[in-house]
Write a protein that binds this ligand. Structure first.
Ligand code: GUN
Ligand code: FE
Length: 423
């Protein structure tokens, strides 16, 4: 009995999750135990309660019984969200990407030198995403180290699993208002990483975050790759989101064969790299993603809202590239991963309208992308993503009887066995 002296917390009812083999697995009348460290200690058949309770040392009358209208599903994984942009989510979607960054985004992000402003917005975004079932979030903050640390602190306080990135950008920002010097960006990244690691938050980790090739010099990217390698850290950035951006990157790096080649040449494509968008990647580029083990974050709301493009997820998956879903707030207007699931299906259907032989993503496949797929894309599937013994219990208790189809159907949210919603 690996749970030790504490009896496990035990739930009985329907559990829905995904595996590598099957996009949707429904376990009816199952028993799931969570040990005192938040890990799943067993998944067994409900009718065998007596036997299971004797084996795992719990009182059968202490089991939490779900109603027939409820089920548990794995927590949703938002593989790409800009916490700092939450303050203007739902507005300012009338310009294409590069103009949108200069006109709306950089001016807002420059305000995060103000820690009080940062505390307000970051508290709201962590609470809102948790409430909507995001148990793991991969965040971009801003260039400000102290505000980025505050985001890590707030995620830890509310119990959300998070990767947090202090954004790096040493060119093409807002003159005087929102950009860094190369050395400053590197020094502040080191300070961010060492300070965040020192705090020992169990579920919050730093992620090395060059914003994208347009706003990072060659020197900065090379040195950030070294920082990531020396500390065995995740890397996140953006790639091939919009046609103007792809052309600009080709002009900035004329010696590179492709946008993907730029990142590869700067050692930024690792098995712990997650790149957002990828709408215009060629087959050759997707092969590089496959070879390096790097992942894509599909952000369909953002791709539609900024008229960036339609990512062909089917093509990405056929190259065996890991892919998760992201809200990309505030290029995407919704912080809800349920919205990301719906927009993923919409995009897939739009591709079918253009090309009737296109094989749309099924809702079961999309459910998997939002849970296990995201966990795999963030290289966290040894710990999260589905209900496998030994993984952390990250889960949503869903009530299908509520006639809403939104966060009101989520009764409870658990991260590593801890109930984080309702607060
Ligand atoms: N590319 C570089 N920065 C950003 C950003 O903040 N949002 C989006 N959608 N794309 C980007
Ligand atoms: Fe983004």
């Amino acid at each position: 009995n690996a749970a030790g002296r504490h009896p496990p917390t035990v739930f009985r009812g329907t559990f829905v999750h995904s595996t590598q083999e099957e996009a949707l697995v429904i376990l009816e009348d199952a028993l799931l135990g969570v040990d005192s460290t938040g890990k799943i200690s067993f998944v067994e058949k409900g009718p065998e309660l007596e036997k299971v309770s004797a084996k795992f040392g719990f009182n059968p009358s202490a089991v939490t019984q779900l109603s027939p209208q409820e089920f548990f599903m794995p927590g949703l994984v938002d593989t790409h969200i800009h916490a700092a942009q939450y303050s203007f989510a739902g507005t300012a979607l009338d310009l294409p990407l590069l103009d949108w960054l200069q006109t709306y985004t950089f001016p807002v992000e420059s305000r995060y030198s103000d820690l009080e402003f940062a505390r307000q917005v970051y508290t709201h975004v962590v609470k809102r995403t948790l409430r909507n079932g995001t148990t793991t979030a991969c965040y971009f903050a801003t260039i400000h180290t102290d505000a980025s640390l505050l985001l890590g602190e707030i995620a830890n306080d509310f119990g959300q699993r998070a990767l947090v990135g202090k954004v790096c950008m040493d060119r093409n920002g807002l003159h005087e208002h929102y950009k860094e010097e190369t050395q400053e960006s590197l020094d502040e990244t080191s300070r961010f990483i060492s300070e965040l690691i020192k705090r020992k938050y169990p579920l919050v980790k730093p992620v090395v975050t060059p914003r994208f090739s347009v706003s990072c010099t060659s020197e900065l990217m090379l040195k950030l790759a070294e920082v990531a390698r020396n500390n065995n850290l995740h890397i996140q950035s953006h790639i091939s989101e919009n046609m103007d951006e792809v052309r600009l990157v080709q002009e900035l790096f004329p010696e590179s064969e492709s946008y993907t080649d730029v990142y590869r040449k700067h050692n930024l494509l690792t098995s712990k790299t997650i790149m957002a968008h990828g709408c215009y990647l060629s087959d050759e580029e997707l092969q590089i993603f496959h070879q390096t083990g790097s992942s894509l974050a599909h952000c369909p709301n953002s791709n539609l809202s900024l008229c960036s493009g339609l990512l062909d997820v089917r093509k990405v998956l056929s190259h065996k590239v890991k892919l998760g879903l992201g809200t990309d707030v505030a290029g995407g207007y919704s912080p809800s991963m349920l919205d990301a699931v719906r927009r993923t299906r919409d995009t897939s259907k739009a591709l079918k309208i253009q090309d009737p032989v296109h094989q749309t993503l099924t809702w079961e496949e999309t459910f998997r992308l939002a849970t296990l797929g995201g966990s795999q894309a963030l290289s966290m599937d040894d710990q999260t993503g589905n209900f496998v013994v030994g993984k952390d219990f990250d889960a949503l208790r869903v009530n299908v009887a509520a006639p809403n189809g939104d966060d009101r159907n989520i009764l409870e949210v658990y991260v590593a066995g801890r109930k984080v919603v309702p607060l």
